[in-house]
Design a protein around this ligand. Structure first.
Ligand SMILES: NC(=O)c1ccc[n+]([C@@H]2O[C@H](COP(=O)([O-])OP(=O)(O)OC[C@H]3O[C@@H](n4cnc5c(N)ncnc54)[C@H](O)[C@@H]3O)[C@@H](O)[C@H]2O)c1
Length: 415
């Protein structure tokens, strides 16, 4: 069997998670890794698991020369420089079959557009990794409810959320490096999966036309002095100076261009979620039918009493961003598969080996960036944004949210 030899750029939290997903993909191997930090550790772990040679390279150029596909798993603020290095390597002869880029494609529309242009310059197939569209629960409900969609009509409302207690590295909290707060970091997932789940079966990803968006952002927990100081101490980010939102909610309205039907997708994201750990929640309503996904419901739970709590080595082994280590705990035994990482890797391997773009390509990532930026604009202007207005579309091309510029204090009231 032909295997896609993947080279990872970045060996942090996501690199490790994706390596677990790769264990479940038959036609992919971890051929190489380059990273500012952590490459040796990931390589040793990957070799132990027989994922491939996982050779450590000193830079992107060397990596690109020795693999079939590169996967950008490093921080958001490094995207363009990394992609430029990849393009230069391809021009110098690296025979890549594909380029994978993690969400979010860019921190704003101008950056995302540049990424798309660079992808075109490289002239190789691309994959935009938005794992939630690939989640088996989402894909299975679509199949299961296809007859209902056909007879009763498509879904009219989706509600999507991703929430946890806050990211694991300082750069995520810094709006100038990450792109914003939770809306940029996780809103991109919920906005994408909400749009996708609403889309009538068999229609293209961008079939439903965005009409308008409303959005409300808040700094509800990490702006309170006690938590602000903790954030400064633990992560080195000062929300009294450069705050970002820890709560985001809003509503997109879409139009079916064939029937004129109006449908809606609500999104909610937070870094102030006080439950067991990461929760993805999605539901959708069609006439006479519905679906619901809640990743905190697991067939496996464990109980750890106070007397045994000291023995807990790593509660994150139970659940991403776990916040408790005793009591009755939900355990997800295969998070890489549950969240869609396995399926996105499988899809990228199959598509790249056939010489084509993955299910989601960089152009799709640009569409999602536009929607995320429009949501920031709605909050900043305090009004519904008309996405059918050509002037709004033009404004979005160069729009950089105040929060991303480090001026969040102007738009996020704080104690
Ligand atoms: N799909 C998801 O749900 C999901 C989850 C987590 C992260 N992500 C995305 O994945 C990306 C990485 O996030 P993470 O959580 O792994 O971050 P991280 O900070 O844990 O790891 C980043 C890694 O990149 C390396 N790095 C930093 N700058 C680099 C550079 N210039 N060149 C090469 N390597 C560099 C670091 O040394 C580190 O190994 C981000 O874009 C993030 O948004 C997606």
């Amino acid at each position: 069997m032909e295997k896609l030899k993947v080279g990872m750029i970045g060996a942090g939290f996501l690199g490790h998670f994706q390596s677990v997903a790769m264990e479940q993909v038959r036609n992919m191997e971890l051929a190489g890794i380059t990273s500012l930090q952590g490459a040796e550790e990931l390589s040793a772990s990957a070799r132990k698991r027989n994922l491939g040679p996982a050779t450590v390279y000193s830079n992107v150029t060397e990596l690109a020369k020795n693999v079939d596909a590169v996967a950008i798993y490093c921080p958001n603020y490094t995207r363009i420089a990394i992609m430029e290095e990849i393009v230069a390597a391809v021009k110098a002869g690296a025979a890549l079959k594909g380029i994978i880029c993690e969400k979010p494609l860019g921190r704003n529309v101008a950056e995302a557009k540049r990424l798309v242009e660079l992808g075109k310059e490289a002239g190789v197939p691309t994959a935009y990794f938005e794992n939630q569209l690939q989640m088996k629960p989402i894909q299975v409900q679509l199949k299961q409810l296809a007859p209902q969609q056909r007879t009763m009509g498509p879904l009219t409302l989706t509600r999507s959320s991703e929430e946890h207690g806050g990211p694991h590295e300082g750069w995520f909290w810094d709006p100038t490096r990450q792109g914003g707060g939770v809306l940029c970091d996780m809103g991109c997932h919920s906005i994408a999966v909400g749009w996708y789940a609403l889309t009538p079966i068999g229609k293209p990803l961008t079939f439903l036309q965005p009409q308008s968006v409303t959005c409300d952002l808040g700094l509800l927990k990490w702006g309170i002095p006690f938590w602000r100081e903790k954030l400064l101490k633990d992560r080195g980010v000062d929300y009294s100076k450069t705050p970002a939102e820890d709560f985001a909610t809003g509503m997109f309205t879409y139009k079916n261009p064939e029937t004129g039907q109006i449908v809606k997708a609500q999104f909610t994201n937070s870094w102030m979620f006080e439950k067991q750990g990461l929760r993805l929640f999605m539901d959708g309503m069609g006439p006479g039918y519905a679906f619901e996904v809640n990743t905190l419901i697991s067939p496996l739970s464990v109980f750890i009493g106070d007397a045994a709590a000291e023995a807990v080595a790593d509660q994150e082994a139970a659940l991403e961003k776990a916040t408790a280590s005793r009591g009755l705990l939900a355990v997800q035994h295969n998070e890489a598969d549950l969240y869609g990482y396995t399926d996105e890797n499988m899809d990228a391997a199959n598509c790249f080996l056939q010489g084509k773009d993955a299910f989601l390509n960089l152009e799709y990532g640009l569409e999602i960036t536009k929607l995320v930026m429009a949501a920031y604009m709605a909050h900043e202007k305090g009004k519904t944004i008309d996405l059918t207005d050509p002037n709004v579309q033009k404004e979005l091309e160069t729009y950089v949210p105040a929060i991303q510029q480090g001026k969040g204090a102007d738009v996020l009231p704080m104690m």
